[in-house]
Design a protein around this ligand. Sequence first.
Ligand code: VGL
Length: 184
Amino acid sequence: MTRGLIVVDVQNDFCEGGSLPVTGGIAVAGKVAALLAGDHGYDAVVATKDHHVDPGDHWSIEPDYVDSWPVHCEVGTPGEDFRAELDPARFDEVFRKGRHEAAYSGFEGRSPDDASLAGWLRERGVDAVDVVGIATDHCVRATVLDAVAEGFTTTVLLDLCAGVAPESTENALAAMREAGARLA
Ligand code: VGL
C-alpha cells in the first residue's frame, strides 16, 4: 500500500493557551513532531488547517461547544498558525478549510493550488491513510469518516489525537470504528 499521514488542525488555538484549547493538544503537537522528525515511512505527509474568515454561526460569543465555538483560527492571527513544535517543512502539502463555513473535515480543504485532499492523495497513489490531530470528536472524526467514504484504508492513531470532551470522544470512536476505520 502507499501510505499517507493526515495531520488534522494542530494549531495554536486548539492547544493549551489558545482560544479553544483542547487538553492534550500541546502533547499531540510534540508527538507528531517527533514522529515526523524520524524515519516515519510515510509516502506523503499532509496537514489540514482551520482557516476562518467569517464562518457564520460556527463562531459565537455564547458558544455551546457542540455546534458553536469561540472565535478560533482566524486568518491573520497567531491562533491560526501551526503549533511551534511542528516544522511546516515536514508537510508535503497543507489543506486549508472553513473560510466561510464550519468545515470540520480536512477533505473540505484546498491546497494553495486549489487541489482537494482526496484528489491530491489519489494523484500520488496513496490508498491508505493514518489520521492524527485535534480534535478527536470533531475535525478528526469528520476527516476520518470522509477518508473512509473516499475509499482510503483508514487508521486513527489515538495516541496522537486529543478530544474536546469524554462523551463525544467515545461517540466519535464508535462512529469511526463502525464506519470501517481502524483505531490504533
Ligand atoms: C474543531 C471545534 C471547532 C476541530 C474545529 O478542529 O476539531 N473543533 N472547530
